[in-house]
Design a protein around this ligand. Structure first.
Ligand code: DLZ
Length: 158
């Protein structure tokens, strides 16, 4: 297991369960793809390391983080999907675009959670620059993709 990959037991002894029959959708934003691909690798490997079946992990791409909400909605609407993990990276620019995207995706994902009563995980980095993002996508601050996967597993054990 790579050093950035986590098992559930690294975080907590609670909610450990068999996820071999659980079906996951991972929705990945293509913006800042160096970061989001690293988040995806972390999330995917963490699901596998905790017992998920690779045939039960579906990946879908969306153009940007703003589209994560609709991508998550489409996946959560599938009856056989147990949890959705949304991965994105929004980097502060010179305009207020950052604020609009961050607010929209946070509220949108919250709404999808409640509409479908399924875990829909907010694995979106919101950083000042790319370095901060890479530090959190397998760098010195770990991998938020791992944490998003662990969060999904823990919520399935609720
Ligand atoms: C337009 C835009 C900008 C400026 N920055 C980002 C970003 O840092 N991260 C991200 O995921 N997406 C960005 N986008 C694209 C928007 O999320 C969205 O795809 C477009 O506004 C079209 O709806």
């Amino acid at each position: 297991m790579a050093s950035s990959q986590k098992n559930l037991s690294d975080y907590s002894s609670k909610n450990i369960q068999d996820i071999s029959n659980k079906k996951f959708a991972i929705v990945v934003s293509e913006w800042n793809d160096e970061v989001t691909e690293a988040l995806y690798s972390g999330a995917y490997e963490t699901l596998i390391n905790n017992g998920a079946d690779r045939n039960n992990i579906i990946r879908k791409n969306v153009p940007g983080s703003f589209e994560l909400t609709l991508g998550a909605h489409w996946m959560a609407a599938e009856e056989d999907i147990d949890a959705v993990i949304c991965l994105g990276c929004v980097i502060q620019g010179e305009t207020r675009h950052f604020d609009f995207i961050c607010d929209a995706v946070a509220q949108g994902i919250t709404h999808v959670n409640l509409k479908f009563a399924k875990p829909v995980i907010f694995g979106v980095l919101t950083t000042d620059n790319q370095k901060q993002a890479l530090d959190r996508a397998g760098g010195k601050h770990g991998n938020k993709g791992d944490e998003a996967a662990i969060t999904a597993i823990k919520m399935l054990g609720f």
